[in-house]
Design a protein around this ligand. Sequence first.
Ligand SMILES: Nc1nc2c(ncn2[C@@H]2O[C@H](COP(=O)(O)OP(=O)(O)OP(=O)(O)O)[C@@H](O)[C@H]2O)c(=O)[nH]1
Ligand SMILES: [Mg+2]
Length: 452
Amino acid sequence: MRSTRVTPSLAPLERAFLVGITLPRARREDELQNLRELELLARSAGAEIVGRTLQSRTRVDGTTFVGKGKIEEIAREIHDHGANLVIFDDDLSPAQARNIEKILEVNVIDRTELILDIFARRARTRQARIQVEIAQLNYALPRLRRLWEHLSRQAGGIGTRGPGETQIEVDRRKARDRMASLAKELEKIHRGAEERRKKREGIFTVTIVGYTNAGKSTLLNRIAGSGVLESDRLFSTLDSTTRRVVSPGGELFLLTDTIGFIRKLPTHLVDSFKVTLLDVREADLLLHVADASIDRCEEHIAVVNDVLDDVLTEGGHGDTGAGVPGAIGRAAAPGVPTVLVLNKIDLVEDPGRRNALRAGHPGAVLTSAATGEGIDELLGIVEAHLGKELVEAEVLISPENGRGIALVERSSKVLSRKLAGGRMVFRVRARKREIAILEKEAGVRVRRAPSS
Ligand SMILES: Nc1nc2c(ncn2[C@@H]2O[C@H](COP(=O)(O)OP(=O)(O)OP(=O)(O)O)[C@@H](O)[C@H]2O)c(=O)[nH]1
Ligand SMILES: [Mg+2]
């Protein structure tokens, strides 16, 4: 856990009460798991959980979400437990949130607001900050009236009357202007990222995905030795980090770390994190990291597969040819081969459990990013995927062409080099795509070697 620099929350300790509902078509077990995830999220945001309730309803109540009777029951509960915050597992409409707050007289937030709060605190890079702020503004716009009421209540109650319509209109316009300028800036960052992507085109790209806290950043650090923020909190990583890696067999690839997935990732967030998620679509290989040491491992694997499905099948650029089955079971990333990495195996001591994991996931690798166990095996698998695309070739360059030589050295594995007939002759192993790029470069002549 080197380089962990997460600022502790400065807010006074929040004592949170959680509220979820199950509708007729939903499975109670699923909703319980959603509520457990909400608890994890709330703790990650620094709150203490003092109670929870899961209510079965035939439909959502338009005014108070859970119905008046239930709200009164919750009011008693929060009084008994001294709760000062109520968190709903589902998105509340602005009116519902307002009505509930009036009755409960404590702050009421929903899952999206909670996640936005965590994201806002974790955002480190300009890109992550912009993405979070856009999501926040998107969420806040229809709720401005309620935010104003919040303020007037905190200021000691200027009255029950909200601000005038004009003030809300002014704020709305300001928010929209701000969003437009953020979107422009994000677009610029996006173009820069696109440039960088183009430059690395041809190099085999491996992207690490997985449920939040599975050990993705730790794995990247273990493999690339790079010092990316890793911490025992949710969503430590909000933007993509890419490292160049040379495998033990001498093969070059790029390794990218990404944002963690969860069950109900709010759509506002998915939208504003599109740029980050492009790394998933454009990967040559995905490493799906799961925390094998926890009971909910299987469930998390399924959640991540669902999110991957969404990310990969959605239209737009970077279409990787959906429909081609991935390397592991159902709903693995379509079009992108995926290796399941069962991580934190150092915490799984029971041999029976290890065997069950192996049997349940043929083709998966058991690793510990913490101790290094299984990492060589994982790298071997990456090399095998990479190797399928490699060809050998001879590259002839004028010794004065420094740029060409640098390009060859950077994008391929040089097997031998010699000077012949006034030219540098490199024997290289590289991907077909890289060879094609080399061919296009001025002064570089490529002779395909007979495949060996
Ligand atoms: N025992 C053990 N702990 C691990 C292992 N891998 C990661 N951890 C710990 O698990 C926690 C989460 O690790 P991260 O690498 O930050 O997880 P992440 O998937 O990047 O998480 P987010 O970026 O928050 O989505 C940290 O406390 C790590 O030290 C492992 O193999 N064994
Ligand atoms: Mg991380």
